[in-house]
Write a protein that binds this ligand. Structure first.
Ligand code: ADP
Length: 286
């Protein structure tokens, strides 16, 4: 439940709150719709000490995406801590119906966002992928970045939790030796980093918005790979993406390798039910 202290605090920014309704769909935080005398808002909150700096990092990610001017994100109104709560207050995006036109715009705009580059892979600050910390230490080489800042930290957690066998670890070691041959040369691209169907909204006016990012500069194929895990992205989206900024040949064969990272994350967060998919992804590359 949202605390009276938090609603009172928010009302100093938004004016009087007239409607409060819980919003479902998030996996980590509590979320609410707020109607106020100054308009509609979305708020999410959590205990302040549970995921330190999570909302600041999310705000920085949204701001990095916004600064490309290529795809919309909800405007952040306020972020902070009050008593035991950390909160993020944003513009409310009324969801509309996704259709061919909005999916085409989405594919084009994501491709344009991916043209934004940096001198190395990583990001200025670490952030979170779901509820797990994600290191964005800079590397000039994607294979090193993907191995050291993405796969290995997830494998370490999976090993600590006892999910993986000696054989699983051996197989991943074999894949590590081949990463340089498998991945194409690609410039670091600003990626959303957690692009599943729950992390975009098509607004009532048909405009795509990205939400809840785990940004870094990475291979753009990483974002495309994640879209295939959840469904919810239409053919028009992929066609528009390719027409705007074509992926390199063989991209389909690399998707499972990128998806090893979110699959290991799912294993670590949600349990052994994901072990089959993790092993299948590993088997594809040994
Ligand atoms: P969590 O951090 O818990 O994963 P999300 O940021 O994914 O939470 O938000 C949960 C749900 O709330 C989303 O799936 C989306 O449907 C909705 N949502 C998120 N941000 C907004 C917004 N600015 N306006 C309207 N709905 C939103």
């Amino acid at each position: 439940m949202i605390s009276p202290a938090l609603t009172d605090h928010i009302a100093t920014t938004t004016e009087r709150i007239t409607i409060i309704k819980p919003v479902s769909g998030g996996s980590i935080n509590q979320a609410y719709y707020l109607a106020t005398l100054s308009g509609e808002y979305f708020i999410k909150f959590n205990s302040a000490n549970r995921f330190p700096l999570m909302f600041q990092r999310e705000q920085e990610g949204l701001s990095a995406i916004a600064s490309t001017n290529m795809i919309a994100v909800p405007q952040v109104i306020a972020a902070g801590e009050l008593e035991d709560d950390a909160f993020l207050l944003m513009e409310w995006i009324p969801a509309g119906i996704s259709n061919k036109k909005s999916q085409t715009t989405f594919g084009e705009q994501l491709a344009q966002m991916h043209r934004h580059s940096s001198s190395s892979f990583g990001f200025d600050a670490d952030n979170y992928m779901g509820s797990l910390p994600q290191s964005n230490k800079r590397h000039t080489n994607w294979s090193d970045f993907f191995r050291d800042e993405r796969l290995t930290p997830m494998l370490n957690i999976a090993n600590r939790k006892g999910y993986l066998t000696f054989n699983d670890n051996h197989n991943v070691e074999q894949i590590y030796k081949k990463l340089g041959e498998i991945f194409p040369e690609e410039p670091p691209a600003l990626i959303h980093g957690d692009l599943w169907s729950g992390n975009y909204i098509i607004s009532k006016s048909g405009k795509p918005y990205l939400i809840d990012p785990a940004v870094s500069y990475g291979h753009r194929e990483f974002d495309i790979a994640m879209t295939t895990l959840s469904g919810g992205f239409d053919r028009a989206f992929y066609e528009a993406y390719h027409a705007t900024y074509p992926l390199q040949p063989g991209w389909q064969e690399r998707l499972e390798l990128y998806n090893l990272y979110p699959l290991l994350l799912h294993l670590n967060l949600f349990g052994a039910g994901y072990l089959g998919q993790v092993r299948q992804a590993i088997a594809t590359y040994i």
